[in-house]
Design a protein around this ligand. Structure first.
Ligand code: AMP
Ligand code: FES
Ligand code: ZN
Ligand code: ZN
Length: 315
């Protein structure tokens, strides 16, 4: 059996490393791997992405949602932690999205048992006075954008207070390439300029913790396969609030492009990152929120989360 383009296939090719029977073909690498050597290939890729991003070592908070990406990320980082001199802890945020959040929480709890020497933290959004479905009902903004802003605030505040140097998230090449494709096709130049990179430095005077995205050049398919081969627990159905997001439609465009050129997605993102490097960075107009002190771009100086806390009567 062979795993090609996200599907099991009866093709069998031998592993490029050990010549035993392969179980997966990675089209952009034009290589088949056995279980053991796919896992090694994956861990090496995470390590290389970190090193190439300029990351040296440090104390990292991993945002773990319970999905295949971040579960694989935490596990792979735990494997390479000695080599990279990493200190890792994990944070899971309960967003209060019914069965989805419940099962996500359960998956993270199971992962905690598999990784007993990593410290896990849990934060329940209700501590802020609301859940994501309540916010979505109260204000007219797409669920994912509300949810993303709230998660960023929590991860950043938690990491800053506990002295973490970086936050690691499980963004993959499918997310990143689609983000930039949509930004280009809709002329959102600001989005391109502020879009994700393998490493975004922090800004301690603004209480902004740096970001690393070690799966920047790994696909959803590779993350799913890694989680499956390592027997990791993960939630394998999508968030019910994210259904119908236009981003999914743009994401589907990649299937056609990749069938013509399997390296296209990686080359596309590498080209954008290379172009961005040649353009002088505009300093973002960040200021400290008048209420919580964490960074915001809001013209009135009150961040999105503090506005929500006011709206829900918690402040
Ligand atoms: P998303 O915004 O859902 O695309 O998630 C992007 C990344 O944010 C994930 O790969 C995780 O690293 C992190 N993340 C998402 N949801 C959570 C959560 N509930 N708790 C902690 N981290 C999360
Ligand atoms: Fe954030 Fe679904 S996980 S909207
Ligand atoms: Zn092999
Ligand atoms: Zn605030």
């Amino acid at each position: 059996m062979h795993y090609v383009h996200g599907e099991w296939n009866l093709l069998t090719k031998s592993c490029v490393v050990c010549k035993r029977e392969g179980i997966v073909y990675i089209p952009y690498a034009r290589a088949s791997f056995c279980r053991e050597h796919f896992i090694e290939f994956y861990n090496r890729k995470i390590l290389r992405t970190l090193r190439n991003s300029g990351f040296k070592s440090g104390k990292i908070l991993v945002g773990v949602s319970g999905g295949k990406d971040s579960v694989s990320l935490l596990y792979a980082l735990s494997v390479i932690r000695k080599e990279m001199n990493l200190e890792i802890e994990a944070l899971h945020i309960n967003l209060g999205i019914g069965r989805y959040s419940l099962e996500s929480h359960n998956a993270v709890k199971k992962l905690e048992k598999i990784l007993p020497d990593i410290r896990f933290h849990y934060f329940d959004l209700r501590e802020l006075g609301f859940t994501i479905p309540e916010v979505v009902k109260a204000i007219k903004r797409p669920a994912c954008s509300v949810c993303g802003a709230v998660k960023r605030w929590i991860l950043n505040k938690f990491a800053y207070e506990k002295g973490f140097e970086f936050i690691a998230t499980g963004h993959n090449i499918d997310d990143i390439s689609t983000f930039y494709l949509k930004a280009l096709l809709t002329q959102r130049i600001e989005d391109i300029m502020r879009g994700p990179e393998p490493l975004t430095p922090g800004s301690p005077d603004l209480r902004l913790v740096g970001r690393i995205r070690p799966q920047f050049y790994l696909s959803e398919m590779e993350n799913t396969l890694y989680a499956t081969l390592q027997n990791l627990p993960f939630v394998d159905f999508p968030c019910p609030l994210a259904r119908g997001a236009t981003l999914f439609k743009y994401k589907n465009l990649w299937k056609e492009i990749l069938s013509t050129n399997p390296v296209a997605q990686i080359n596309f993102v590498k080209s954008i990152i290379a172009i961005k490097k040649r353009i002088p960075k505009e300093t973002q107009k960040l200021k400290s929120c008048e209420i919580c002190g964490y960074p915001t771009t809001a013209p009135d100086g009150v961040c999105f989360v503090c506005r929500l806390r006011k709206k829900f009567g918690v402040l």
